[in-house]
Write a protein that binds this ligand. Structure first.
Ligand SMILES: [Fe+2]
Ligand SMILES: [Fe+2]
Length: 357
């Protein structure tokens, strides 16, 4: 963007922000740097729309999603599309999924949806599929191959076990700390499809995989875990540059395994605890270099957010949009060969709590 155009937009953006019609974070985001990205997309996840009764839904979770939709629509330059990372619903009912999709229907442009366990384990994905189509697919965009996986499947025996009701099964999978749950997996059938899908892709083509659970093993006790992660990683190994974007963990995580960069999404609903709190486990992410500011019990959006993603030459930088805070940027560092914190919010950057909606 030329200096003149940039100045003009900043003036216009500042005026809009002053008028209260454009969130401050979006003005900063649009000009986080002067590079023109190959393309960008928005990444919204884990809204956990929760039905109370009749037309009543938990207000806080509705508002988190509405805010992300409103902010994503204001991005400039406009993102090419939106990824939704899963867990539209809390207990998988048609009412919750439909209400979530009503809010997400306000997004401009195409949305690609990933299946979350909260969307799936009531009716095994039936309503979701009726509304949104196949549970996994791939597409190509501007030279990048995107793969959308359903990573939250599990053993047939558990899925079709002797449950008193579909809701009993849903409730078992909906808990975080749950010894009666079952580890997530992509499964043999989908891996066979993935193998076939990737056979027609050149090794130099950048690949972005979208999953709900991390395609790496972080912590089994909370199902921050995909049982066949290594088998999926092996299918992705021949490619020069692979990025996996995932939801489910409701927090910022990033990691590098071989040729694969991993980035997690913030939830629009609530944060889960951080790796530091389960680092006594044998399998966990390295200590985060910059802890996230949290949690303010008087600010219902604290430690929630959504993402704006730039993709250039196969490298990704993720701009975490944190309500009431400055954006945090995690970007691939070619010299070090893994993602790093490029910009993060210092405590003194924290904005006063504002514009609850
Ligand atoms: Fe979730
Ligand atoms: Fe989830």
């Amino acid at each position: 963007m030329s200096g003149l155009k940039r100045r003009e937009f900043m003036k216009r953006g500042a005026a809009l922000a002053a008028a209260g019609s454009l969130p401050l974070g979006v003005v900063e985001l649009a000009f986080a740097d002067d590079q023109t990205p190959d393309f960008s997309f928005a990444f919204i996840s884990d809204s956990h729309i929760t039905h109370i009764k009749g037309r009543e839904f938990v207000r806080n979770f509705d508002r988190g999603l509405m805010r992300a939709v409103a902010e994503a629509n204001l991005l400039h330059p406009r993102p090419d599309f939106v990824i939704y990372g899963g867990d539209i619903a809390q207990l998988g009912t048609a009412a919750e999924i439909d209400h979530g999709l009503d809010i997400l229907g306000g997004l401009r442009g195409d949305v690609h949806y990933v299946m979350g366990e909260h969307d799936y384990y009531l009716d095994l994905g039936e309503h979701w599929e009726r509304r949104l189509g196949p549970q996994y697919h791939s597409f190509d965009h501007k030279g990048v191959h995107f793969v959308v996986l359903n990573s939250i499947l599990t053993h047939e025996a558990w899925t079709h076990g002797a449950w008193d009701s579909p809701m009993a099964r849903m409730n078992e999978m909906a808990r975080l700390d749950n010894p009666d749950g079952s580890p997530f997996m992509v499964g043999a059938a989908q891996r066979a499809w993935l193998k076939q899908d990737l056979e027609r892709v050149y090794c130099d083509t950048p690949i972005v995989v979208l999953s709900h659970s991390p395609l790496q093993k972080i912590y089994r006790g909370w199902n921050f875990w995909t049982e066949d992660a290594e088998a999926v990683q092996a299918l992705l190994a021949p490619f020069r540059k692979v990025t996996v974007l995932y939801g489910h963990v409701h927090q910022i995580q990033y990691n590098q395994i071989g040729n694969i960069s991993f980035h997690a999404a913030m939830a629009t609903a609530w944060p889960w605890p951080y790796p530091g709190s389960y680092s006594q486990q044998t399998s966990h992410l390295p200590k985060l270099t910059v802890p996230m500011n949290r949690a303010d019990p008087f600010f219902e959006r604290d430690a929630t957010g959504w993402q704006f993603v730039n993709l250039h030459s196969g490298d990704i930088d993720v701009h975490y949009q944190l309500p009431g805070n400055t954006p945090r940027v995690v970007a691939f560092d070619a010299a070090r060969g893994h993602p790093v914190d490029r910009h993060h919010q210092a405590p003194e950057d924290r904005l006063p709590t504002q514009d609850h909606y």
